[in-house]
Design a protein around this ligand. Sequence first.
Ligand code: GRF
Length: 207
Amino acid sequence: MKVAVLISGRGSNLQALIDAAEAPYWTPEIVLVLSNVADAQGLERAEKAGIPTAVINHKDFQDRETFDAAMTDAIEASGAELVCLAGFMRLLSTPFIKHWKNRLINIHPSRLPAFKGLDVHQRVLDAGEKITGCTVHFVRPEMDTGPIIIQASVPVHDGDDADTLAARVLEQEHRIYPQAVRMIAEGRVTVGGDQALIDGKILYPNE
Ligand code: GRF
């Protein structure tokens, strides 16, 4: 299955997807890494791995819809069948999300539906949570919603700050994102009633 990865920065989740190709029976192929930021570190990771890259700067477009349409054109030209958001820091327009419905996934650093949005780890600490985690989900127009494909739980330790907690969560992001992509590539993930099913079973009910 051909995959496009959309990034804006560091690209450590992209790296996890690149590295996953070393595993036996890994079938997805990253055919495009697309960034809206010209100096995103993730672009270097892609180039090092010999993956085609493109930069589409949102500032070159008059509105979100036109920018998103340019991205759709580039993704379609690459032949990608699945689009992975990996630290892509632009809100996407509803037409884009509808166009890629059930072919567009995101990784979020909390156990959704808890702690949607930005600045997640500090908010988790401020709320006194003992457990947090991360989620891979299909994207729907409302931010950080959509059928949940896989989640991981991560303990919050006494003395954690946002950085130490983020690092612990990130380790699990790097584990579950490739796992989700692999399951989709293997045809094990379906969506029914806006609920993701793995091998026909609901593993993570969307509350
Ligand atoms: C990750 O924490 C991811 O959950 C969030 O943005 C961050 C991206 O990090 N959506 P990276 O660019 O993959 O290193």
